[in-house]
Ligand binder design. Structure first.
Ligand SMILES: CCCCCCCCCCCCCCCC(=O)SCCNC(=O)CCNC(=O)[C@H](O)C(C)(C)COP(=O)(O)OP(=O)(O)OC[C@H]1O[C@@H](n2cnc3c(N)ncnc32)[C@H](O)[C@@H]1OP(=O)(O)O
Length: 248
């Protein structure tokens, strides 16, 4: 399976390179210069930004929790894991896609401008600010989420669709860690109490069951001290083939 996928994508990338060469041959003058410059940009540009690292928009509570989970995170020293490490921080989508099975190939195929929905608001702090940590056995994930002003639903509170988005993202990331590529087949949400805009909340996701292609995950959103339940959800992810994703 892996070998045939490899062959498929080698073929695809060959065809892409071959076509690009043919294109350059028919270009001339300014068009050729501009094309070559555009092709040079990705080589010269810095590493893609890791959106799950702190930025100046992160509030005190977001930073406190980030530091707390980071302090319990895995630090590798010359191949050896530090004793007592419990959590691992997941870098943001564009950087972590390559870790998912098939991601290496998918990332070459998807449009270059594609960006995970939750990471598409450029202004720091305006939309979804979050970082996901997962346990070594991948049974649990925790996400620290700060909801920005562009996510308003009811006055002063977060939109239910934005809450659904972050739940789908956290549980989807969790399922992807276990068995990528997956798609959401079912998402059930109970909204228990509104989330104040600008606040930081904790999203905890737990693996309930894996059965064949199906991964069941449950999730809850609480205040950071755990005293207030905001949202509860259950999600079903189904493992799909890369060709299922390409077919649409
Ligand atoms: C290191 C790693 C880095 C990680 C890096 C992270 C990067 C990544 C971050 C991504 C974070 C964003 C995550 C967003 C995730 C989306 O937003 S995905 C987009 C929204 N979802 C979709 O578009 C899915 C559209 N639906 C479909 O493609 C198809 O309906 C599905 C879901 C594949 C199912 O197809 P199907 O032909 O029904 O599949 P089938 O094999 O028959 O079903 C399998 C089983 O599932 C059951 N099932 C299917 N659908 C349902 C349903 N709705 N309800 C209940 N059961 C169902 C079937 O009954 C069957 O059960 P069994 O018979 O095996 O017991």
């Amino acid at each position: 399976m892996a070998q045939s996928l490899g062959r498929l994508f080698t073929l695809l990338s060959f065809r892409k390179t071959h076509l690009s060469r043919q294109c350059v041959q028919v270009l001339s003058g300014t068009t050729l210069k501009r094309t070559l410059m555009m092709r040079a940009v990705p080589i010269l540009s810095p590493k893609p930004r890791d959106f799950s690292l702190p930025n100046p928009s992160w509030g005190e509570e977001m930073m406190r929790l980030y530091n707390y989970y980071s302090s319990q995170s895995e630090v590798e020293t010359e191949g050896e894991e530090e004793q007592g490490s419990q959590w691992t921080r997941l870098p943001s989508y564009n950087r972590s896609l390559k870790y998912a099975i098939g991601g290496v190939y998918l990332s070459k195929i998807i449009q270059s401008k594609a960006r995970l929905f939750t990471r598409n608001i450029k202004h720091p702090g305006a939309g979804f600010e979050y970082v996901v940590f997962f346990t070594k056995d991948k049974q649990r994930c925790v996400c620290i989420f700060q909801a920005g002003h562009l996510l308003e639903g009811p006055p002063g509170h977060v939109h239910g669709g934005a809450i659904a988005t972050i739940i789908d993202t956290v549980t989807g990331t969790h399922a992807s860690l276990l068995c990528a590529p997956v798609v959401t087949a079912n998402l059930n949400i109970n909204y228990r109490s509104p989330i104040p805009l600008g606040s930081t909340v904790l999203i905890e996701s737990t693996l309930d069951e894996q059965e064949g292609k199906k991964t069941f995950i449950s999730c809850k959103i609480t205040s950071t001290d755990g005293s207030k339940l905001h949202t509860e959800a259950t999600a079903l992810f189904v493992s799909v083939s890369v060709s299922h994703l390409l077919r649409g």
